[in-house]
Design a protein around this ligand. Structure first.
Ligand code: AGP
Length: 609
């Protein structure tokens, strides 16, 4: 997704803008640019490709000044190119702006503006916004912005420089994230917190259609009608290194290695490991209203959805409550009618995924209680859900979600355990026993991370695979979906997750000599069944890697490799099993020379539909 930065204050804006864009690069982009007021005019520099290309241009043709905006573009309308890269301006050269989002009625607006004499130079929807603002601007920036907002349909986060109002940056957003902050050197705006952490830890999250005016003296806020409003700030206590790679070659490996700590930090928020009790007041189901919860629906996208698949198993098993998990982009158009007593849980690392936000807003409009599981304080989902259960994974920079999945699953497990405790479907002894087992998990995860060389070795032999199948039953099939996505998105190898019992109903036709099949066998009650499915594919030529926490004498000798880990309770198996699966995806990608942290076509946070 696009990244926006802006600064106005006592320092040269250019290096601050470039540094901010570097920090946001993990969001994925294909061009970049900046605009700076140099004391006499707004100067722009932009270029297709990586930020290095922009830095090279600035080396040859520098610009400097105390106020500027910057942008990394993830193309939606108009191919990645110099002319389509941001910033964009209006024909009358009154302003320049950068934009993150999608303007859904840009074609209609473009035709209207063309009739008024606007000359367009790009194929972007963003230029339409610049031209529209230029058309309604008569010397009053806030009036022009409120008028333009009435005409625009779609999502936008805008940072705008008006030529006749230098040293101020005007910002507004709707359905696209934006955060502002004021530090000792001036005011900052960014799409995400890490871009300004070096300058201020006190940030304000913009609400939909609210306007922020940044000046070297401070930040003023207005509502969509131009009326001044007050907004508080949130102190961010992330350490700066958390958003840096450190000694790791890739953020993805760093974040896998952080999983034991991320798990522990998250669990400790909800569990007292000394008394072996859940912290009741951290959960949204208090004794009195838990009985009102009749069913749970979980929504998310990608990895977050896959964590929701585990959540579905946990609520069904522990709280004995009907639970469904759906993909948010499908659900939001499904016409689903919520039932009496249904609770919607939305899960999102970034808290800014457009489809998940839309589904949550749909539920809220229907009067349904919404509970979020989210990793970013102040994000849209965290702010708008009725209740929030935060994960404490710290900033996740690699596009591939790893520690966020693990901590989301942990919160689902603990929330289900608490609901079961309140509903009386889980007796105290089981709660204590599960908490005791949870306390052992970080060390077990660490020992799996410490033994990662054998996974690297296996990947060094298998990275030329064209197709990989992940098969399992029950919780293992939920795990298989996440394992397949990880491998696909970082190594570009086609991989599919399949319920092991379903193979015989068609897909086994794809198995041929040498097809790589990863068999997940962590559920004792289903192990024998999955082992026979492994045999079925093996005798048809598949090369099988088994991942298990049990003994499989009949299968062991037939597998190309068996990765074993210490047995836990079946509900806790994913917390160990996912680590070798993430490492496998990582090493396959490294072996193939892929862009591990920023895979092609992908963005870290999908803030557009
Ligand atoms: C997973 O590795 C991907 N980064 C992607 O599927 C991601 O999980 C999905 O876009 C949801 O993002 P969110 O958790 O920020 O809502």
């Amino acid at each position: 997704m696009c990244g926006i930065v802006g600064y106005t204050g006592s320092l040269n804006a250019t290096p601050i803008l470039i540094e901010g864009l570097e920090t946001l690069a993990y969001r994925g982009y294909d061009s970049a640019g900046i605009a700076v007021w140099d004391g006499e005019d707004i100067l722009m520099r932009k270029q297709k490709g990586q930020l290095k290309n922009l830095r090279d241009i600035l080396e040859k043709d520098p610009i400097s000044g105390y106020c500027g905006i910057g942008h990394t573009r993830w193309a939606t309308h108009g191919e990645p190119s110099y002319i389509n890269s941001h910033p964009h301006g209006d024909t009358k050269k009154q302003l320049v702006l950068v934009h993150n989002g999608i303007i859904e009625n840009y074609v209609k607006l473009k035709a209207m503006l063309r009739e008024k004499g606007c000359e367009f130079v790009s194929d972007t929807d963003t230029e339409v916004v610049a031209q529209l603002l230029g058309d309604v601007y008569h010397g009053e920036p806030i009036e022009a912005i409120t008028e333009a907002m009435r005409l625009i349909e779609g999502s936008f986060a805008l940072a705008i420089l008006f030529r006749d109002d230098p040293y101020r940056i005007y910002c507004v957003c709707k359905d696209s994230p934006m955060v502002v902050g004021f530090g000792k050197d001036g005011a900052h705006i960014a799409s995400d917190i890490p871009a300004m952490l070096a300058y201020t830890r006190d940030v304000t999250f913009m609400g939909d259609k609210q306007i922020a005016v940044l000046s070297p003296e401070g930040i003023a806020f207005f509502d969509e009608f131009g009326t001044p409003i007050d907004k508080g700030s949130t102190h961010i206590d992330w350490d700066l290194d958390a958003a840096k790679k450190g000694s790791y070659e890739h953020f993805m490996m760093k974040e896998i290695c952080e999983e034991p700590v991320a798990f522990r930090k998250t669990a400790e928020q909800y569990v007292n490991f000394r008394s072996l009790k859940l912290k009741a007041d951290c959960f949204p189901w208090a004794e009195e209203d838990a009985s009102a919860v009749k069913r749970i629906r979980i929504l998310g996208c990608g990895t977050a959805y896959h964590a929701g698949l585990l959540g579905k198993k946990y609520f069904s098993e522990l709280a004995k409550i009907p639970t469904e998990a759906d993909i948010a982009s499908e659900f939001r158009y499904s016409g689903y009618v919520f039932e009496e007593g249904e609770v919607l849980m939305v899960v999102s690392q970034s808290g800014e995924t457009a489809d998940t936000i839309a589904a949550m807003r749909m539920a809220k409009k229907a009067g349904v209680r919404t509970v979020a599981i989210c990793n970013v304080i102040g994000s849209t989902i965290a702010r708008e859900a009725d209740d929030v259960l935060f994960t404490y994974a710290g900033p996740e920079i690699a596009v591939a979600a790893t520690k966020s999945y693990l901590t989301q699953a942990a919160v689902f497990l603990l929330a289900a355990l608490r609901l079961g405790e309140v509903r009386g479907t889980v007796e105290e002894g089981r709660v204590r026993g599960m908490i005791e087992e949870l306390a052992l998990l970080p060390d077990r995860m660490q020992s799996l991370i410490d033994k990662r060389e054998k996974i690297q070795y296996f990947a060094s032999r298998e990275f030329s695979a064209k197709h990989v199948f992940f098969i399992g039953r029950g919780i293992d099939s939920a795990l298989a979906y996440e394992a397949a996505l990880k491998l696909k998105e970082v190594s570009y190898i086609h991989s599919e997750a399949y319920a092991a019992g379903e193979l015989k109903h068609g897909t086994i036709a794809l198995i041929e000599k040498g097809t790589l099949v990863i068999g997940l066998v962590t559920q004792p009650a289903l192990a024998a069944k999955t082992e026979s499915n492994i045999e079925e594919v093996r005798v048809r030529g598949a090369k099988v890697l088994a991942l298990t926490n049990g003994e499989m004498p009949e299968v062991d000798s037939h597998c190309a490799a068996v990765w074993r880990f210490e047995r836990t309770g079946e509900l806790l198996a994913p917390f160990c099993a996912i680590i070798p699966l993430q490492l496998f995806a990582y090493y396959m990608a490294v072996q193939k020379g892929c862009s591990v942290d920023k895979p092609r076509n992908l963005a870290k946070s999908v803030t557009v539909e």
